[in-house]
Ligand binder design. Sequence first.
Ligand code: GLC
Length: 514
Amino acid sequence: MKKFIITSLLLSLLSIGCTHDPIEISPPDTRLNWFNDAKFGMFIHWGVYSGMAGKYVGPSLYGIEYTEASPFLCSWSAEWILSQAGIPRDTYKKQAKNFTATQFDGNEIASLAKETGMKYIIITVKHHEGFLLYPSTIQPDWCTSTSGANGRDLIMELLTAAKSKGLKVGLYFSQNLDWMTEGSLGEIPQLYGGKYDIEKNRTYIDYTCKVISEIMDRYGEILDVFWWDIPQINTSQEFTNQLQNALIKHKNYNKRILQNDRLSTLANGDFATPEGVIIQKPERPYELCITMDGSWGYTDYANNKKTRLELLYEITNTVSKGGNLLLNISPKGDGSLHPDALKLLKEIGDYMQINSESIYGTEHSGFTHGQDFGRVTRKGNSLYLHYYVGDKVELYGINSPILSAKTISGRNIEYKKIPNGYKFIGLKKGEVAKVTFSSIIIDEGFPISNKMEETNLYAMSALAEGGLSINGFESGFVNYNSWINLWPDLGWLLKVENPAKYDIYTTISVDREN
Ligand code: GLC
């Protein structure tokens, strides 16, 4: 009896033999050249919340008094602590004294980004808490001037250091949501989750335009990216135009500045920013941003710490599908980084140091599905095989002659032809093979024949419409084929060589909490 075994945490739907069109990322816009080639950037979430490190003791608008014995602890998205704990504005304001930046050195962060192999940095100039990371004259009471950072211009310090090292720079700006400022859009903790009326919103948008102008006065000449956030709560054409004009009509605006797609639901921007999931068949340039531990802002209580392998998977998976990966770091209130984060960045940097030619300047690999051994990136007629899981390296879906197969450091790799692909022998885990073909024609499909007793279809090689995130890398590779899939379809392409009766089995396991 022939058996297929599918193991999963959450299994939705198995589709066999679906067809797919060639991938094309649209349209060549030279403004985006650097962005498309960069592939890897650093995201920095830093603000007053960072000084709180995920813990709050004090009154809550939601009717609770948090005490030392029973504090509010934030394990995810700690930059939302004001909203999560319901902290009153006047109490939250006092937290600014813990935002000291004493250990912050723009040069060190820029060097760290470079050593990790990142090509650009995006830092939060204003997050949903409304605090400005420079001495503002428009908002003098809620900026570095009235914080433990004593009026330092932390943005300029970082941007100039990054620019001097050849990195591109951008600013994250929460234009629609601002819990500390009257009139902001969205749900406001100070209003117990209620919203301001439209007239108040107008006043807030006017204020926000002034802040954009101030930011452009200060940094417009060196900015490469303006990174808006929370589009969903702005569906107004009037506000969209006002905010957009504040940026593009400023004297320091230059067409060079790229915008993401999060200004409002009515603005597309220059590139897409899916959150948390990979676009397997992208239609436009995109950038996926991820955290190292489930929280953008620093917290001592993060419970979803990623490993080196998971992060490498996220990078190569995104890059193999033509996107950029923006990896977040969460400095503490004093600007220092947690040693775990530094260790991970160092490990990624070590990988990039040897293998970066397989990342920068690559294009969509052409494979919509993944590979069981890792991921494939592509440059011209060369495919780069990133090997990090499983016990064999078999690439299905390409049959053109191989001209050469070597590790990036130049060691020859043996290979042999197998049905619908090649098997590579002698590649070690953690190595990348560069395989150059006479031409690249991709015809994906896992070969199945009635001579096979049984075979496994793994999560690593599935196509997940909408996105797939695989977990379990950390457990010594044993578990690497489990996944958490938040979308309806999972599929494998099979190439059935002989008609026969094939039985398909699925093994579904769930963890206790689910
Ligand atoms: C979401 C969150 C925000 C975070 C951002 C990163 O918009 O609200 O906290 O900064 O995602 O993409």
